[in-house]
Design a protein around this ligand. Structure first.
Ligand code: SF4
Length: 344
């Protein structure tokens, strides 16, 4: 897929933009000053494939806690700051790898300049996060005005010769997101952080985010994504991975093919699919696994997969690269597939 060229930024050793892979982000929902809880959540997110984590910085205590958190995690950390630029300054001093500012609620230009100078010194990028719902009061809510609002702040940064910028244009309305990001992609050379915000629970968000981000990614727009879900952030990473795999933008994420089952099924397939989905969250390989219900479509679908099973009576045949290898009893199907994936 042809992707729009953007000016790459370095976030704690991870490149965002240019033609680099689309990076998966999430955000903790713990109190940042609760270092143990925050670190635990980040380590859990790392395990399922989160590549950059953002934490909310509400006060100086949160900003100071970043130093302790950073020592215990392995992925770059972004501090999310609203209203008070001093918290951004403390977060940078604590070693964060990027700051996210919402210019709509951070209007003190001299403070923005101070933040920019410190970021320059420490080689830390800034994401300007425009939200349709919290645009500067001088603008009515339109995608065009989201771009104007971003320009107001990009100009300040550019005037200070600061170009390590990422931009986001989030809205809870997927169509508004699409329009804003399409405009942004034409206007700015900077990497775009995609997301539909306030997207609802898992199912709602997965649908809205896939609709908006899927279209944008297909157009070559987007350098990093965050799926916003009212749920455990682990779910955000899972959805992001599946979306990028479906868009064929990442080949280090497994693909699962499985049938919906019907009256022809003769083995207990659904628990195997569920457990395999969970297991594949922990695998970073370009492998397609098919779990099919019966011999009608099963062998055909499994033939195109790297590994697959097609059900028989209380059993399934194992298929490798289109060849039927052997029959596996029901209670050994999952274990056999896992072993084959490990050896793949
Ligand atoms: Fe039904 Fe077999 Fe198709 Fe699954 S593969 S939906 S069990 S016909």
């Amino acid at each position: 897929m042809k992707r729009t060229m953007t000016r790459p930024i370095n976030v704690g050793g991870i490149q965002i933009g240019g033609q680099n892979k689309v990076i998966i982000q999430s955000m903790t929902n713990t109190k940042t000053k609760d270092v143990d809880a925050t670190v635990k959540q980040i380590l859990d997110l790392e395990k399922v494939g989160c590549e950059i984590i953002r934490v909310a910085v509400l006060d100086n205590e949160d900003a100071k806690a970043v130093a302790d958190i950073k020592k215990q995690i392995h992925i770059p950390l972004v501090c999310d700051i609203h209203f008070n630029g001093d918290f951004a300054i403390q977060s940078i001093k604590s070693g964060c790898d990027k700051v996210r500012l919402n210019p709509g609620n951070l209007e003190d230009e001299s403070k923005i300049k101070e933040i920019v100078n410190l970021c320059k010194e420490k080689h830390i990028p800034i994401r300007i996060g425009i939200n349709a719902g919290s645009l500067n009061k001088k603008y009515t809510r339109t995608p065009e005005n989201m771009i104007k609002s971003a320009w107001d702040h990009v100009r300040i940064l550019e005037a200070l010769d600061f170009h390590d910028i990422a931009l986001s244009f989030k809205s809870s309305d997927p169509e508004e997101c699409i329009e804003a990001y399409e405009l942004a992609s034409k206007e700015f050379p900077y990497p775009l952080h995609l997301g539909v915000t306030e997207a609802g629970g898992l199912l709602n968000s997965a649908i809205k985010s896939s609709f908006a981000l899927g279209q944008l990614l297909r157009e070559g727009i987007g350098d990093t994504i965050r799926i916003s879900i009212s749920d455990d952030p682990i779910e955000e990473v899972k959805v992001a991975k599946k979306l990028l795999r479906a868009c064929k933008l990442r080949d280090d994420i497994p693909n699962l093919v499985s049938c919906p089952t019907c009256g022809r099924i003769q083995y207990n397939m659904l628990p195997i699919v569920k457990q395999m989905e969970d297991y594949l969250e922990t695998v970073n390989k370009n492998v397609t696994v098919a779990i099919m219900g019966c011999a009608v479509n099963g062998p055909g679908e499994a033939k195109d997969a790297d590994l697959g099973v097609a059900g028989g009576k209380d059993s399934a045949v194992l298929i490798k690269k289109g060849e039927i290898v052997r029959t596996i009893p029901q209670d050994k199907i999952l274990e056999t597939l896992k072993q084959e994936i490990e050896e793949f």
